[in-house]
Design a binder for this molecule. Sequence first.
Ligand code: FRU
Length: 500
Amino acid sequence: MATSDYSDSVKLYAARRHEAQFSGNIPASERPVVHLGSRIGWMNDPNGFSIYKGQYHLFYQYHPFESVWGPMHWGHAVSDDLVHWEHLPAALAPDERYDSSGVFSGSALELADGRHLLMYTGLAMTGRNPDGTSANRQVQCIAYGDGVDYKKYDGNPVLDESQLPEGASAQDFRDPKIWMDEKGTFHCVLGSLDADGSGQILQYRSVNAISWEFEGVLASNNGRYGVMWECPDTFVLDGKQVLLVSPQDMLPEGNEFMSGNGTLALIGSLDEGTCSLVEEATQAIDYGIDFYATQTLLTTDGRRVMVAWMQNWDTTFVGGGRPWFGQMTLPRELHVRDGRLYQWPVREIEAARRNRVAYEGVMVEGLCELDGVRGRCVDLSLAVRSADEGDSYSEFFVRFAQRGRYRSTICFRTKDRSLMINRKHSGLRRAVVKDRKCKLLSYDGTLRLRIILDRYSMEVFVGEGEQAMTMTITTDPSFDTITFYAEGKAIMDVEKYDLV
Ligand code: FRU
């Protein structure tokens, strides 16, 4: 038996024993309702988002022993509806020479022979660089499994520095996203740093997912958006080639990008000769605070669905002290329209809605609270317009997770069509990013918002999904008042459901 067999892996056994012993002590009332959170300990990137034997599988970067980042394992969960998740035992542990410092991000596929294939980055610390900084080696590895237990391939790594293009770094070479084309050939894209230290996305192909051949540089950052590009994913959607990446070390750019870790969609067409993306448009994927490391799958009915880590690296200590840390966004259905990425909560969420409350034509002048409109796990849709033509309201607020001095807000300002999310009074006790703003791309005089609240998060989708803003909050989940406020006179339609 190979040492990587789960029953023989001391590290995987320890992780599974730890989660079995302690995760049940976390009451369901202290977990998100319609979002996947870490089973116990730390979670970052979504990994291996795939369909296997008719179920959705979502793995994640995982450090079960503490609520801070540490030697990476893969946590594992399954779902029938993309909304409610069941935790499974940890799938992978850093137990081999080539991944001894971490089983980093990767992806998954169902193979024709019935096995579930995982492809991930193995991290091993290798001593010191000439300048004294610590050195590492990042290689690509595979594992096969049955949906619960996974065995690493004996011939790992399957892709290493010997297959890098000239000048590319072996220390930043990670996060394979694998897919199979119509002819049955495997492909994967990977994040990499080029000779100038700028991000690039490399594409490889393989007939068996074991021997890989370099296909080309799909996209080059050329110093434009941050430095290293992590967690790439590429697919054809609505006739366009889309590449999603998560750049590190961004500089702010107007309201489009904030500093730190960001997300970027590049939309264009594929030059098949050179295997490179001909870019037509670029944009941020989400305009909120907590959103990183996207990954998509294709549903059997042809929908391209994306999840992301609902967190940001620079704010990872917010919420510390809890036995679990880290959540995924709600899966979002994607479309490309007029060169822009649209996102909308996956339609399966509609089956989780209860207790519809709806109002039409409510006049909001100053503060407004509506009977039946409250809660911390809700799907709330609003349409807001001015009461009188020519005499517009100037600002409109939705306040939620309120009690006493606590509240979070979404604020729309008509003058500059800006939408702001703010968690300053959510109970934060840390000097971290508290608000974020974007300018509405389309506005016909009616503000349309769909707001998904869960116990520890808020996601707002604008219009038909042309913009989205996401943030986490740590406010006591029993603080559930929702109010509206208009500076001036606004007319509002509201539809609200509880999410269960
Ligand atoms: C992105 C990332 C990946 C890496 C993983 C490590 O958030 O840095 O590039 O594989 O997290 O946990």
